[in-house]
Design a protein around this ligand. Structure first.
Ligand SMILES: Cc1cc2nc3c(=O)[nH]c(=O)nc-3n(C[C@H](O)[C@H](O)[C@H](O)COP(=O)(O)OP(=O)(O)OC[C@H]3O[C@@H](n4cnc5c(N)ncnc54)[C@H](O)[C@@H]3O)c2cc1C
Length: 346
């Protein structure tokens, strides 16, 4: 195998895993480096001994034919399912149905039995080094060396390195590397999102399983335990909810005390529930956890899909290059892989 087909991918979210899967299928040797304990990045699930909750991406849609075929594979493998929640929209005054009838309904999918399942399934077939935070990449004699916080310099060198991580994290890694990739990643601003997970000791008597909110500090709330396969999380006397704050509100509170942020988000949720007549008294919260996504989404997404600097053998993929969302991330990784496969044939 030539050196050009030895590829390092930094980041095992959906973009990195998609890219690695296609490259490996085409005969490339691929090594993924992931800083977290598990794979899946922002399409992920918080798991505790007593409950689980999807605290990043909530669901995914498949409008592109390639991604639709991939989602079909996930469904067949038993790691994704259609989710048909009762969705409403709240504009600060009234609650309305999101989709008037079944015919107009968007097909929404979730990981089964949790949102990190598709990523885990992909990662099982790949060579992934988890708990490996890449802190430096260095080109020497046309080969890339990888340095991580936990393990120092990696034993193998690579013909190409692909960064499948949020733009600001890519820009930081590329700060001392003279490549077009460093300018592109430095040009993109990403925004935070606070996610509050609630385990309740009671059932909220509200009609919606998911609520799009167009007013105030929150953007979305959902009954996580109502998603397919989460039935062990919900019973007649308990359920799990996820509350997302808007990027604007999250930005304004990004460095605030976590307890204070949780309280403000919870108060806002309670006042929305009161306005929907779903809450007469206080809520019975068994436990809550706040997560701060520093790089949740972009102020403005790029539409270049991916980037590859042939002179330096360095590539970029991720949602931020392709309009955002799980579909955008998966396609970005897939298209970067196709580019390398085509180039290798020439
Ligand atoms: C709160 C929230 C709600 C969302 N809701 C939806 C939704 O409903 N529908 C939808 O389609 N999309 C949604 N999204 C967006 C969706 O989650 C992302 O578009 C998609 O998951 C991005 O995938 P990615 O692979 O590009 O990046 P990521 O998932 O961010 O993956 C990057 C990976 O790189 C790792 N990493 C970073 N730096 C390093 C390093 N130095 N060394 C090693 N590893 C590193 C990270 O740990 C991570 O695992 C949401 C996102 C958030 C945060």
């Amino acid at each position: 195998m030539s050196q050009a087909t030895q590829i390092a991918i930094i980041g095992a979210g959906i973009a990195g895993l998609s890219c690695a899967t296609s490259l490996q299928k085409a005969g490339f040797s691929v090594t993924l480096f992931e800083k977290s304990r598990g794979t899946s990045g922002r399409l992920s699930t918080r798991e505790t001994p007593h409950w689980q909750c999807d605290h990043g991406a909530q669901y995914f849609t498949a409008r592109d034919a390639h991604f639709a075929a991939e989602v079909e594979r996930w469904v067949k493998a038993g790691v994704a399912q259609l989710w048909q929640p009762n969705l409403q929209v709240y504009d600060g005054k009234s609650f309305t149905a999101k989709e008037a009838n079944l015919a107009s309904q968007t097909q929404r999918y979730v990981g089964y039995p949790k949102n990190n399942a598709p990523a885990k399934w992909l990662a099982n077939r790949l060579n992934v080094h988890t708990e490996t935070t890449v802190i430096g990449i260095n080109q020497h004699a046309q080969q890339w060396q990888i340095y991580s916080k936990e393990h120092g310099v990696h034993a193998h060198h690579f013909g190409a390195v692909l960064l499948a991580i949020p733009a600001p994290q890519a820009a930081a890694l590329l700060a001392n590397v003279a490549t077009s990739a460093s300018q592109i990643s430095a040009s993109v601003v990403m925004q935070p999102c606070f996610a509050l997970m609630l385990k309740l000791k009671s059932i909220l008597p509200c009609e919606f399983d998911g609520l799009f909110i167009n007013h105030g500090p929150l953007s979305w709330v959902a009954r996580d335990s109502a998603k397919p396969g989460r039935s062990n999380q919900a019973n007649t006397s308990s359920e799990t909810w996820i509350l997302h704050a808007t990027s604007q509100w999250s930005n304004a509170h990004v460095n605030d005390d976590k307890e204070a942020v949780s309280d403000l988000i919870l108060d806002e949720f309670m006042s929305i529930l009161q306005r929907s007549n779903a809450l007469q008294h206080s809520m019975n919260v068994e436990s809550k956890q706040l997560h701060r996504w520093l790089y949740a989404d972009c102020e403005q997404y790029l539409s270049s899909v991916y980037h590859y600097d042939k002179a330096n053998n360095i590539g970029l993929c991720g949602d931020w290059l392709n309009g955002g969302k799980v579909q955008g991330a998966w396609l970005s990784g897939f298209k970067l892989a196709q580019h390398l496969i085509d180039e290798n044939k020439q």
